[in-house]
Design a protein around this ligand. Structure first.
Ligand SMILES: [Zn+2]
Length: 434
Protein backbone atom coordinates (compact mmCIF):
# COMPACT_ATOMS: atom_id res chain seq x y z
CA UNK A 1 0.00 0.00 0.00
CA UNK A 2 1.37 3.38 -0.80
CA UNK A 3 -0.97 5.96 0.65
CA UNK A 4 -0.90 5.73 4.44
CA UNK A 5 -3.87 3.84 5.82
CA UNK A 6 -5.70 5.03 8.91
CA UNK A 7 -8.65 7.29 9.69
CA UNK A 8 -11.06 7.77 6.83
CA UNK A 9 -9.31 5.23 4.60
CA UNK A 10 -9.53 2.47 7.24
CA UNK A 11 -13.19 3.21 7.86
CA UNK A 12 -14.24 3.46 4.23
CA UNK A 13 -12.25 0.81 2.35
CA UNK A 14 -14.47 -2.08 3.53
CA UNK A 15 -17.76 -0.31 2.65
CA UNK A 16 -16.22 0.78 -0.68
CA UNK A 17 -15.37 -2.80 -1.69
CA UNK A 18 -18.75 -4.14 -0.50
CA UNK A 19 -20.56 -1.44 -2.44
CA UNK A 20 -18.52 -2.01 -5.62
CA UNK A 21 -19.03 -5.79 -5.38
CA UNK A 22 -22.75 -5.16 -5.96
CA UNK A 23 -21.91 -3.87 -9.44
CA UNK A 24 -22.17 -6.64 -12.07
CA UNK A 25 -18.75 -5.79 -13.53
CA UNK A 26 -16.85 -5.98 -10.24
CA UNK A 27 -18.85 -9.04 -9.11
CA UNK A 28 -17.53 -10.93 -12.16
CA UNK A 29 -14.08 -9.30 -12.23
CA UNK A 30 -13.44 -10.19 -8.58
CA UNK A 31 -15.34 -13.51 -8.43
CA UNK A 32 -12.42 -15.78 -7.41
CA UNK A 33 -11.42 -13.44 -4.55
CA UNK A 34 -14.66 -12.49 -2.84
CA UNK A 35 -15.13 -15.76 -0.92
CA UNK A 36 -11.45 -16.20 0.03
CA UNK A 37 -10.44 -15.99 3.72
CA UNK A 38 -8.30 -12.90 2.98
CA UNK A 39 -11.46 -11.10 1.80
CA UNK A 40 -12.28 -10.40 5.46
CA UNK A 41 -9.40 -7.87 5.62
CA UNK A 42 -10.20 -5.09 3.15
CA UNK A 43 -6.54 -4.04 2.73
CA UNK A 44 -5.49 -7.65 1.98
CA UNK A 45 -8.44 -8.00 -0.39
CA UNK A 46 -7.50 -4.81 -2.24
CA UNK A 47 -3.94 -6.13 -2.68
CA UNK A 48 -5.27 -9.42 -4.09
CA UNK A 49 -7.89 -8.00 -6.48
CA UNK A 50 -7.10 -7.69 -10.20
CA UNK A 51 -6.70 -4.08 -11.36
CA UNK A 52 -9.40 -2.23 -13.30
CA UNK A 53 -8.36 -0.93 -16.71
CA UNK A 54 -9.44 2.07 -18.73
CA UNK A 55 -11.54 -0.07 -21.11
CA UNK A 56 -13.43 -1.51 -18.12
CA UNK A 57 -14.31 1.95 -16.89
CA UNK A 58 -15.48 3.23 -20.26
CA UNK A 59 -17.35 0.09 -21.33
CA UNK A 60 -18.31 -2.02 -18.30
CA UNK A 61 -18.71 0.19 -15.25
CA UNK A 62 -22.15 1.44 -16.26
CA UNK A 63 -24.01 3.56 -13.70
CA UNK A 64 -26.02 1.67 -11.06
CA UNK A 65 -28.78 3.32 -9.10
CA UNK A 66 -30.28 2.41 -5.71
CA UNK A 67 -33.99 2.78 -5.03
CA UNK A 68 -34.84 6.36 -4.17
CA UNK A 69 -31.59 7.74 -5.61
CA UNK A 70 -31.33 9.59 -8.93
CA UNK A 71 -28.68 10.83 -11.34
CA UNK A 72 -28.30 14.59 -10.96
CA UNK A 73 -25.05 15.45 -12.76
CA UNK A 74 -22.82 14.23 -15.55
CA UNK A 75 -19.07 14.74 -15.75
CA UNK A 76 -16.49 13.96 -18.41
CA UNK A 77 -12.90 13.08 -17.95
CA UNK A 78 -10.87 15.02 -20.45
CA UNK A 79 -10.06 12.55 -23.17
CA UNK A 80 -6.49 13.83 -23.20
CA UNK A 81 -5.69 10.61 -21.37
CA UNK A 82 -7.71 8.40 -23.76
CA UNK A 83 -11.25 8.53 -25.06
CA UNK A 84 -13.45 10.85 -23.00
CA UNK A 85 -15.26 9.00 -20.23
CA UNK A 86 -18.67 9.80 -18.82
CA UNK A 87 -19.19 9.77 -15.06
CA UNK A 88 -22.62 10.01 -13.49
CA UNK A 89 -23.26 11.48 -10.06
CA UNK A 90 -26.31 10.77 -7.96
CA UNK A 91 -28.24 12.90 -5.49
CA UNK A 92 -27.02 10.71 -2.63
CA UNK A 93 -23.38 11.02 -3.65
CA UNK A 94 -23.70 14.77 -3.99
CA UNK A 95 -25.22 15.01 -0.53
CA UNK A 96 -22.64 12.78 1.18
CA UNK A 97 -19.55 13.84 -0.77
CA UNK A 98 -20.59 17.49 -0.52
CA UNK A 99 -19.44 17.41 3.10
CA UNK A 100 -15.87 17.18 1.78
CA UNK A 101 -16.10 20.24 -0.39
CA UNK A 102 -17.98 22.61 1.92
CA UNK A 103 -16.04 25.71 2.86
CA UNK A 104 -14.52 25.07 6.28
CA UNK A 105 -14.61 27.62 9.06
CA UNK A 106 -12.14 30.47 9.02
CA UNK A 107 -9.64 30.44 11.87
CA UNK A 108 -11.14 32.01 14.98
CA UNK A 109 -10.90 35.75 14.82
CA UNK A 110 -9.34 35.69 11.35
CA UNK A 111 -10.92 37.06 8.20
CA UNK A 112 -11.71 34.66 5.38
CA UNK A 113 -9.09 34.83 2.62
CA UNK A 114 -10.15 35.63 -0.94
CA UNK A 115 -9.23 33.14 -3.67
CA UNK A 116 -9.62 33.80 -7.38
CA UNK A 117 -10.42 30.62 -9.32
CA UNK A 118 -9.92 29.88 -13.00
CA UNK A 119 -12.33 26.98 -13.60
CA UNK A 120 -11.19 24.18 -15.89
CA UNK A 121 -14.10 22.44 -17.58
CA UNK A 122 -12.67 19.00 -18.23
CA UNK A 123 -9.13 19.06 -17.04
CA UNK A 124 -9.13 17.84 -13.51
CA UNK A 125 -9.60 19.15 -10.03
CA UNK A 126 -7.30 20.59 -7.41
CA UNK A 127 -5.72 23.96 -6.89
CA UNK A 128 -4.88 25.72 -3.67
CA UNK A 129 -6.27 23.97 -0.59
CA UNK A 130 -7.71 26.86 1.34
CA UNK A 131 -10.23 26.04 4.07
CA UNK A 132 -12.61 28.89 4.68
CA UNK A 133 -11.69 30.80 1.52
CA UNK A 134 -14.25 32.97 -0.26
CA UNK A 135 -14.10 32.18 -3.97
CA UNK A 136 -14.13 34.69 -6.81
CA UNK A 137 -14.43 33.49 -10.42
CA UNK A 138 -11.77 34.57 -12.90
CA UNK A 139 -11.47 33.96 -16.62
CA UNK A 140 -9.24 34.77 -19.58
CA UNK A 141 -11.47 33.92 -22.55
CA UNK A 142 -10.62 37.25 -24.22
CA UNK A 143 -8.99 40.63 -23.47
CA UNK A 144 -12.10 42.08 -21.84
CA UNK A 145 -12.42 39.17 -19.43
CA UNK A 146 -8.70 39.24 -18.67
CA UNK A 147 -8.99 42.97 -17.83
CA UNK A 148 -11.89 42.27 -15.48
CA UNK A 149 -9.86 39.57 -13.80
CA UNK A 150 -6.98 42.05 -13.38
CA UNK A 151 -9.48 44.48 -11.84
CA UNK A 152 -10.62 41.86 -9.29
CA UNK A 153 -7.03 41.28 -8.24
CA UNK A 154 -6.32 45.00 -7.91
CA UNK A 155 -9.42 46.03 -6.01
CA UNK A 156 -9.93 46.33 -2.27
CA UNK A 157 -12.91 44.53 -0.76
CA UNK A 158 -14.77 45.94 2.22
CA UNK A 159 -17.15 43.11 3.19
CA UNK A 160 -17.22 42.20 6.92
CA UNK A 161 -15.20 39.10 7.87
CA UNK A 162 -13.51 38.94 4.46
CA UNK A 163 -9.93 39.91 3.55
CA UNK A 164 -9.48 43.18 1.67
CA UNK A 165 -7.36 41.72 -1.15
CA UNK A 166 -7.31 38.50 -3.18
CA UNK A 167 -4.32 36.55 -1.84
CA UNK A 168 -4.64 33.27 -3.74
CA UNK A 169 -4.85 32.23 -7.38
CA UNK A 170 -6.13 28.77 -8.12
CA UNK A 171 -7.13 26.94 -11.25
CA UNK A 172 -6.34 24.91 -14.31
CA UNK A 173 -2.87 25.22 -15.79
CA UNK A 174 -4.26 26.80 -18.97
CA UNK A 175 -6.11 29.61 -17.19
CA UNK A 176 -3.31 30.49 -14.78
CA UNK A 177 -0.64 30.33 -17.46
CA UNK A 178 -2.61 32.32 -20.06
CA UNK A 179 -3.49 34.98 -17.45
CA UNK A 180 0.13 35.24 -16.35
CA UNK A 181 1.22 35.60 -19.98
CA UNK A 182 -1.36 38.39 -20.34
CA UNK A 183 -0.12 40.42 -17.35
CA UNK A 184 3.53 39.89 -18.34
CA UNK A 185 2.87 41.01 -21.93
CA UNK A 186 0.93 44.06 -20.69
CA UNK A 187 3.78 44.91 -18.32
CA UNK A 188 1.51 44.90 -15.28
CA UNK A 189 3.83 44.76 -12.24
CA UNK A 190 3.17 42.03 -9.69
CA UNK A 191 3.17 44.78 -7.04
CA UNK A 192 -0.33 45.71 -8.33
CA UNK A 193 -1.53 42.47 -6.73
CA UNK A 194 -1.33 40.81 -3.30
CA UNK A 195 -1.01 37.15 -4.31
CA UNK A 196 0.70 34.92 -1.73
CA UNK A 197 0.20 31.49 -3.29
CA UNK A 198 -0.66 30.07 -6.73
CA UNK A 199 -2.27 26.61 -6.99
CA UNK A 200 -2.40 24.71 -10.30
CA UNK A 201 -4.09 21.57 -11.55
CA UNK A 202 -5.14 19.76 -14.71
CA UNK A 203 -1.87 19.43 -16.60
CA UNK A 204 1.69 18.32 -16.16
CA UNK A 205 3.64 21.56 -16.10
CA UNK A 206 7.37 21.04 -16.42
CA UNK A 207 10.01 22.57 -14.20
CA UNK A 208 10.59 25.46 -16.61
CA UNK A 209 6.97 26.59 -16.60
CA UNK A 210 6.64 26.32 -12.82
CA UNK A 211 9.80 28.41 -12.48
CA UNK A 212 8.44 31.03 -14.91
CA UNK A 213 5.20 31.34 -12.91
CA UNK A 214 7.13 31.64 -9.63
CA UNK A 215 9.39 34.28 -11.17
CA UNK A 216 6.43 36.53 -11.98
CA UNK A 217 4.23 35.92 -8.93
CA UNK A 218 7.13 35.89 -6.45
CA UNK A 219 5.35 33.38 -4.21
CA UNK A 220 5.07 29.58 -3.90
CA UNK A 221 3.51 27.85 -6.95
CA UNK A 222 1.90 24.57 -5.89
CA UNK A 223 0.93 21.95 -8.44
CA UNK A 224 -1.77 19.31 -7.96
CA UNK A 225 -1.92 16.00 -9.79
CA UNK A 226 -5.56 15.58 -10.85
CA UNK A 227 -6.10 11.84 -10.68
CA UNK A 228 -7.49 10.66 -14.02
CA UNK A 229 -11.22 9.88 -13.96
CA UNK A 230 -11.42 10.35 -10.16
CA UNK A 231 -12.86 13.10 -8.06
CA UNK A 232 -9.74 13.89 -6.15
CA UNK A 233 -6.18 15.04 -6.42
CA UNK A 234 -2.75 14.83 -4.90
CA UNK A 235 -0.71 17.87 -3.96
CA UNK A 236 2.77 17.63 -5.49
CA UNK A 237 5.67 18.29 -3.10
CA UNK A 238 7.67 21.05 -4.83
CA UNK A 239 10.92 19.56 -3.53
CA UNK A 240 10.73 15.83 -4.28
CA UNK A 241 7.45 15.35 -6.16
CA UNK A 242 5.81 13.30 -3.37
CA UNK A 243 2.07 12.98 -4.03
CA UNK A 244 -0.11 13.83 -1.04
CA UNK A 245 -3.39 12.19 -2.02
CA UNK A 246 -6.78 13.45 -0.83
CA UNK A 247 -8.17 11.30 2.01
CA UNK A 248 -10.87 9.82 -0.25
CA UNK A 249 -8.21 8.28 -2.53
CA UNK A 250 -6.11 5.16 -1.96
CA UNK A 251 -3.04 4.86 -4.20
CA UNK A 252 -1.11 1.68 -4.93
CA UNK A 253 2.11 1.08 -6.84
CA UNK A 254 1.80 -2.02 -9.03
CA UNK A 255 4.66 -3.74 -10.86
CA UNK A 256 5.20 -2.80 -14.52
CA UNK A 257 4.70 -6.39 -15.69
CA UNK A 258 2.26 -7.87 -13.18
CA UNK A 259 -0.53 -6.83 -10.82
CA UNK A 260 1.78 -7.33 -7.81
CA UNK A 261 2.17 -4.41 -5.39
CA UNK A 262 5.74 -3.07 -5.20
CA UNK A 263 7.56 -1.06 -2.54
CA UNK A 264 10.47 0.32 -4.58
CA UNK A 265 11.47 1.43 -8.06
CA UNK A 266 9.18 2.44 -10.93
CA UNK A 267 5.61 1.22 -11.03
CA UNK A 268 2.12 1.71 -12.43
CA UNK A 269 -0.29 3.84 -10.40
CA UNK A 270 -3.59 2.29 -9.32
CA UNK A 271 -6.18 4.40 -7.50
CA UNK A 272 -9.32 3.63 -5.51
CA UNK A 273 -11.98 6.24 -4.87
CA UNK A 274 -13.55 5.65 -1.46
CA UNK A 275 -17.29 5.57 -0.78
CA UNK A 276 -19.36 7.81 -0.87
CA UNK A 277 -17.44 8.98 -3.95
CA UNK A 278 -18.32 6.88 -7.00
CA UNK A 279 -21.69 5.63 -5.72
CA UNK A 280 -23.02 5.15 -9.27
CA UNK A 281 -19.71 4.10 -10.85
CA UNK A 282 -17.22 2.78 -8.29
CA UNK A 283 -13.54 3.14 -9.21
CA UNK A 284 -11.43 0.49 -7.50
CA UNK A 285 -7.74 -0.30 -8.11
CA UNK A 286 -7.92 1.61 -11.38
CA UNK A 287 -4.79 1.80 -13.52
CA UNK A 288 -4.76 5.49 -14.39
CA UNK A 289 -2.10 5.11 -17.10
CA UNK A 290 0.47 7.00 -15.02
CA UNK A 291 3.92 5.78 -14.08
CA UNK A 292 5.23 6.50 -10.61
CA UNK A 293 8.45 6.09 -8.69
CA UNK A 294 8.44 4.92 -5.08
CA UNK A 295 10.49 7.46 -3.13
CA UNK A 296 13.38 6.12 -1.07
CA UNK A 297 15.86 7.70 1.35
CA UNK A 298 17.81 9.27 -1.49
CA UNK A 299 14.88 10.67 -3.50
CA UNK A 300 12.50 11.88 -0.75
CA UNK A 301 13.02 15.34 0.73
CA UNK A 302 11.85 14.37 4.22
CA UNK A 303 11.28 11.16 6.21
CA UNK A 304 7.48 11.39 5.83
CA UNK A 305 7.81 11.25 2.05
CA UNK A 306 9.85 8.01 2.00
CA UNK A 307 7.69 5.18 0.62
CA UNK A 308 5.36 7.66 -1.08
CA UNK A 309 4.91 8.12 -4.81
CA UNK A 310 6.24 10.59 -7.34
CA UNK A 311 4.60 10.80 -10.77
CA UNK A 312 7.12 10.38 -13.61
CA UNK A 313 4.85 10.35 -16.66
CA UNK A 314 2.25 8.59 -18.77
CA UNK A 315 2.86 4.94 -19.60
CA UNK A 316 1.87 5.35 -23.27
CA UNK A 317 4.34 8.18 -23.98
CA UNK A 318 7.25 6.90 -21.90
CA UNK A 319 10.11 4.98 -23.50
CA UNK A 320 10.29 1.44 -22.18
CA UNK A 321 12.31 -1.66 -23.08
CA UNK A 322 11.17 -5.22 -22.43
CA UNK A 323 13.41 -8.27 -22.17
CA UNK A 324 12.70 -11.68 -20.62
CA UNK A 325 9.36 -10.52 -19.28
CA UNK A 326 10.87 -7.52 -17.48
CA UNK A 327 9.98 -3.96 -18.45
CA UNK A 328 12.44 -1.12 -17.85
CA UNK A 329 11.49 2.55 -18.06
CA UNK A 330 14.37 4.01 -20.09
CA UNK A 331 12.96 7.55 -20.24
CA UNK A 332 9.69 8.52 -18.48
CA UNK A 333 7.50 10.91 -20.47
CA UNK A 334 7.84 13.73 -17.94
CA UNK A 335 11.64 13.54 -18.25
CA UNK A 336 11.31 13.54 -22.06
CA UNK A 337 8.99 16.57 -22.06
CA UNK A 338 11.07 18.44 -19.48
CA UNK A 339 14.20 17.79 -21.56
CA UNK A 340 12.65 19.47 -24.62
CA UNK A 341 10.65 22.19 -22.83
CA UNK A 342 13.26 24.84 -23.58
CA UNK A 343 14.00 27.64 -26.05
CA UNK A 344 14.68 26.20 -29.49
CA UNK A 345 11.78 23.72 -29.44
CA UNK A 346 8.28 24.41 -30.80
CA UNK A 347 5.45 23.97 -28.29
CA UNK A 348 1.76 23.21 -28.65
CA UNK A 349 -0.66 26.13 -28.85
CA UNK A 350 -3.56 26.61 -26.45
CA UNK A 351 -5.13 28.85 -29.13
CA UNK A 352 -5.83 31.61 -26.68
CA UNK A 353 -7.97 34.49 -27.85
CA UNK A 354 -5.88 37.02 -25.94
CA UNK A 355 -4.38 39.69 -28.18
CA UNK A 356 -1.49 40.11 -25.76
CA UNK A 357 -0.36 36.53 -26.28
CA UNK A 358 2.91 37.24 -28.07
CA UNK A 359 4.78 34.11 -27.10
CA UNK A 360 3.41 30.66 -27.63
CA UNK A 361 5.20 28.87 -24.83
CA UNK A 362 2.45 27.28 -22.81
CA UNK A 363 1.82 23.65 -23.67
CA UNK A 364 3.93 20.57 -24.28
CA UNK A 365 6.89 20.54 -26.70
CA UNK A 366 6.75 18.87 -30.11
CA UNK A 367 8.88 15.82 -29.40
CA UNK A 368 8.50 12.14 -30.24
CA UNK A 369 10.71 9.30 -29.09
CA UNK A 370 11.10 5.96 -30.84
CA UNK A 371 13.23 2.98 -29.99
CA UNK A 372 14.93 0.48 -32.29
CA UNK A 373 17.42 -2.32 -31.69
CA UNK A 374 20.48 -3.36 -33.65
CA UNK A 375 22.70 -6.20 -32.47
CA UNK A 376 21.91 -5.77 -28.81
CA UNK A 377 22.21 -1.97 -28.76
CA UNK A 378 19.09 0.15 -28.33
CA UNK A 379 18.87 3.36 -30.30
CA UNK A 380 16.56 6.05 -28.92
CA UNK A 381 15.65 8.62 -31.56
CA UNK A 382 14.10 11.85 -30.24
CA UNK A 383 12.65 13.95 -33.07
CA UNK A 384 11.69 17.50 -32.18
CA UNK A 385 10.36 20.49 -34.10
CA UNK A 386 12.65 23.57 -33.94
CA UNK A 387 10.85 26.81 -33.07
CA UNK A 388 12.63 28.88 -35.72
CA UNK A 389 14.76 30.81 -33.21
CA UNK A 390 17.95 29.12 -34.38
CA UNK A 391 18.78 28.15 -30.78
CA UNK A 392 20.58 24.79 -30.61
CA UNK A 393 19.26 23.00 -27.54
CA UNK A 394 20.62 19.52 -28.24
CA UNK A 395 23.41 19.45 -25.64
CA UNK A 396 21.11 20.65 -22.84
CA UNK A 397 18.27 18.34 -23.88
CA UNK A 398 20.62 15.35 -23.99
CA UNK A 399 21.99 16.18 -20.54
CA UNK A 400 18.42 16.40 -19.23
CA UNK A 401 17.53 12.99 -20.70
CA UNK A 402 20.60 11.48 -19.06
CA UNK A 403 19.56 12.90 -15.69
CA UNK A 404 17.24 9.88 -15.47
CA UNK A 405 19.53 7.30 -13.79
CA UNK A 406 18.39 4.35 -15.94
CA UNK A 407 19.11 6.22 -19.19
CA UNK A 408 22.49 7.28 -17.82
CA UNK A 409 23.44 3.74 -16.73
CA UNK A 410 22.36 2.17 -20.03
CA UNK A 411 24.15 4.86 -22.06
CA UNK A 412 27.34 4.55 -19.98
CA UNK A 413 27.41 0.79 -20.48
CA UNK A 414 26.91 1.11 -24.25
CA UNK A 415 23.48 -0.53 -24.24
CA UNK A 416 21.69 2.69 -25.26
CA UNK A 417 22.53 5.29 -27.90
CA UNK A 418 20.50 8.51 -27.99
CA UNK A 419 20.06 10.57 -31.18
CA UNK A 420 18.44 14.02 -31.16
CA UNK A 421 17.03 15.01 -34.54
CA UNK A 422 15.72 18.50 -35.37
CA UNK A 423 12.89 17.87 -37.84
CA UNK A 424 10.46 20.65 -38.87
CA UNK A 425 7.94 17.96 -39.87
CA UNK A 426 7.65 16.60 -36.30
CA UNK A 427 3.97 16.08 -35.53
CA UNK A 428 2.27 17.89 -32.62
CA UNK A 429 2.24 16.09 -29.25
CA UNK A 430 -0.66 13.70 -28.78
CA UNK A 431 -1.89 15.80 -25.88
CA UNK A 432 -1.20 19.40 -25.01
CA UNK A 433 -1.34 18.50 -21.34
CA UNK A 434 0.30 15.12 -20.81
ZN1 LIG B 1 9.04 16.12 -0.62
Amino acid sequence: MTTRSGGFRDRQLGPTLSHAARHPFYRDHWAPHLGAPSARDPWALLDALPPTERRHLSEDVTPMLDDGDEIVAVGFSSGSTGSAMTRYFTARERELAGMFTKAGPARTGAVRPLRLDFPSTWHGVGGADTPGAVLIPGTVVDDEHAERTVHMLRRRFTAPGVASRVSMLSGGVIGIHAFTRYVVDHEIPVSDFAIEVVGLFGGYPGRRRLAWLGEYWKCPVLDSFSVSECRGKALVCPNCGYLEFDPQLVAQALALDSPEPVTSGTARLAVTELYPFGIAQPIVKYLTGDLVEVLDDTSACRPGHVGGLRRIGRAETSVTASANGTTTVLVPSQVLFDAFDRPGVCRADFRSTLSGMTVNDLAQPYVHASLSETEGTLRLRCRYRPDGSGIDCTADALAALLSWPVARAWADSGRLVIDLVADPATAPPRSKFA
